[in-house]
Ligand binder design. Structure first.
Ligand code: PMP
Length: 280
């Protein structure tokens, strides 16, 4: 398969990463996942914007500008002939003798690949179980870093408990999922954690908020508690790969059950129409 290495499209066999790459030693890097629908990308500009913002937050310099990156990613998608799937791109701080201290704004090392990935049709229709547990992550969850140990540990735990995703809380305040954002619906009003340092501001989250507002639904970007989750009418997660996936059962720190409700279904429909209209 074809992959991206810095500004070159090449084959995977040609990529050799040094054992003192800071991404490998420290998880010192950032990434993005961009969806492909029907051979077209969706929300590429928003993802590249966030990529640039994540890079700025940890003081890594993009080795070239976003417009070239966009061209390379489109080439990569076409060379690999992807119909429905994702583009994964990451940038690490590159190679230096292992030591904590980094030099500011050195040019990062970029790698990327594409893969076919079916979107979760059945889960979107029937909903998923989620496991609710403590948010054990650091306090800069707004950065889309490859350093994901907290996320992977809660995901492992959720899967052990027969749940599809972990959702997390800090002292009883819901934050987000291990790789998704979380919404609840109560009396026709949507609630989701505000875009602070405690969550990743998902591109899908932002789309859902926009689509809700355009369709006269109220979205409150305020924190909500375990009690509010338990008493909600509907709950769902959002992400690039999960789109809008309803939650039907919560296990773990509280138990709750939901049906796949009318607002979740309406948003799924708005999202589908949006993808059909905006994918390019
Ligand atoms: N939160 C976390 C922690 C994530 O890892 C992700 C997906 N990578 C999201 C939220 C959802 O973001 P997006 O909608 O941009 O995929």
């Amino acid at each position: 398969s074809f992959v991206l290495l810095n500004n070159q499209i090449t084959t995977r066999e040609n990529v050799k990463i040094d054992m003192e790459d800071r991404g490998y030693n420290f998880g010192d890097g950032i990434y993005e996942v961009i969806p492909i629908y029907d051979s077209k990308t969706f929300s590429m500009d928003e993802h590249l914007q966030r990529f640039e913002e994540s890079a700025a937050k940890i003081e890594i310099k993009l080795p070239y500008d976003k417009s070239l990156l966009k061209r390379l990613l489109n080439d990569l998608k076409e060379k690999n002939n992807i119909t429905n799937g994702i583009i994964y791109i990451q940038m690490t701080r590159g190679v230096s003798p292992r030591a904590h201290l980094y030099e500011r704004n050195v040019e990062g090392l970029i790698t990327g690949f594409c893969r076919e990935m079916p979107f979760p049709v059945e889960q979107k229709h029937s909903g998923i179980n989620v496991f609710l547990t403590a948010d054990i992550r650091w306090l800069r969850c707004d950065i889309k870093t490859i350093n994901l140990l907290g996320n992977t540990m809660v995901k492992r735990k959720a899967t052990d408990e027969n749940c599809h995703e972990a959702i997390m809380h800090r002292d009883g305040t819901l934050t987000e999922g291990s790789s998704s954002n979380l919404f609840i619906v109560k009396d026709k009003i949507l609630y989701t954690h505000p875009a602070t340092n405690l969550i990743l501001n998902g591109i899908t989250r932002q789309k859902v908020i926009k689509l809700a507002n355009e369709n006269d639904l109220t979205v409150v970007e305020e924190t909500f508690t375990l009690k509010q989750l338990r008493e909600a009418d509907e709950a769902f997660i959002t992400s690039t790969t999960q789109e809008i996936t309803p939650i039907t059962s919560v296990f773990g720190d509280i138990q709750a059950n939901f049906t796949v409700g009318p607002i979740t279904k309406a948003l799924q429909q708005f999202f589908k129409e949006c993808v059909e209209k905006e994918a390019i």
